[in-house]
Design a binder for this molecule. Sequence first.
Ligand SMILES: Cc1cc2nc3c(=O)[nH]c(=O)nc-3n(C[C@H](O)[C@H](O)[C@H](O)COP(=O)(O)OP(=O)(O)OC[C@H]3O[C@@H](n4cnc5c(N)ncnc54)[C@H](O)[C@@H]3O)c2cc1C
Length: 469
Amino acid sequence: MKRIAIVGGGIAGLAAAYELAQKDAPAVEVALFEASPRLGGIVETVREGGFVIECGPDAWVTEKPWARELAEELGLSSEMMPSNDDARKTYVLMDGRLQAMPDGMRMMVPADLDALDRSELFSAEAKYAYHDEVNRAEELKADAPKYDESVASFVQRHFGDEVLEKIGAPLLRGVFGGEVTELSVRAVMAPFVAMEREHGSLIIAMQARAAAKKDKDAAIFTTLRSGLETLVDNIVAAIPADWIRLSTAVHSLSRSDQGWTLKTSKSEESVDAVMVAAPVDTARELLQPIDARAAELMTMDSSSAVVVAFGFTDAAKFIVPPGFGFLVPEGSGSLLLACTFVDQKFAGRVPQNGRLVRAFFGGAAAERLMKCGNDETASVARLELARLLGPLPEPQVTMVRRWPSSLPQYGVGHLERMVELDERVRRLDGLSLLGNGYRGVGLPDLIRNARAAARQIVEEMKAPGGEKE
Ligand SMILES: Cc1cc2nc3c(=O)[nH]c(=O)nc-3n(C[C@H](O)[C@H](O)[C@H](O)COP(=O)(O)OP(=O)(O)OC[C@H]3O[C@@H](n4cnc5c(N)ncnc54)[C@H](O)[C@@H]3O)c2cc1C
């Protein structure tokens, strides 16, 4: 029987294990090594005092079907819940106060230019730049770069500096934790690059998409009522329990004609195939002695995130503006990166009349807070929130999570590097690389890619002569 090792039990490693456990897959012996004592990686939910608090991701993008499909297969259809899009409003900290982004924005692209004109967030020049982008459609299409560029240069070409600074940079820092001048537009904003190729103007493209959208009521985000860790729990329940080896770090990998050998903190294991789903920094170290060029292609900066949540029993004692939360552009005098008004974004996250807010720190602030204790980190978060939202009452629940080097930065040229990396990995028979260092950081992409890699192993085994004794 074929033996397969999975290194890392975050959502990527678990999705791969789930696929290998399907009934139609040939019988395999799988060992999933997870360094920590728990599964799920960055996906973690704390449930306390009636509050449902996400420590990492709080939802997936509805448009991408792969997380939903998995949830449905796991019998979680009734658990799935849309974001409260009727209340969707995002603010930007500007000149010391929270100013609403215009309605109908998709990232930094407005579908509704009238709403844009009514907005106080942008100057007359920025509004003009938006309107002019529509007039420049032909020119933008003709001049669409043949090569990758930074997100900053892409956004500047379309809408100018003000839009980049006020919303482009903070939005991207919120999702990818990185600098727009470094991030690859093709890797992190691929749909927008495709829109430019087809329509030139992103605003025209967005309006065409809105008109063609089949399910006009579909919410932007989907989550699970009891929290995203329910997805993890249900995947784990669908995997044979004896596959899972908790508190077992993989320290090294080596390869021979017979297959792969893993040295873990507890044993030495020989397997036919290995799926590395540990964070990219760890994966790179494991690959270094096997293929130095592959390891070089996996070299990228990763940024850290610190999340602090406060749950209050009486929302009336802590009023926040209506909407999903706010973003903080660089240089606006706050250490925060963003904040979510959780009870307004999703139903069922708080006890009756409760309030739940989640503050995010990234970049240099997150690196500094990484060295502080929980109490100090929570105090900094309280102070920063109070400066913008007014005094905070005593919270009933406080949650602090640090995610060091959790968000890999896809720099300009990332996709070309991944093509070369794929090519090298293919030559290393029996190796797959999964997780958020390669082709997307969001849950749907991670699930799709992990399941596809596992399916490929299964298909190879099913092929004549594919199964070795
Ligand atoms: C604060 C934050 C908010 C986010 N919000 C969203 C969101 O709302 N929606 C969304 O779609 N995405 C979001 N993301 C991104 C998404 O959560 C992550 O990209 C994803 O969870 C990463 O999954 P993974 O399996 O690749 O890695 P991880 O979750 O990091 O799992 C890797 C696992 O490998 C283990 N490991 C490490 N080294 C070893 C070793 N040597 N041997 C064995 N095991 C090892 C680790 O302990 C860990 O459990 C967010 C990310 C962060 C940090």
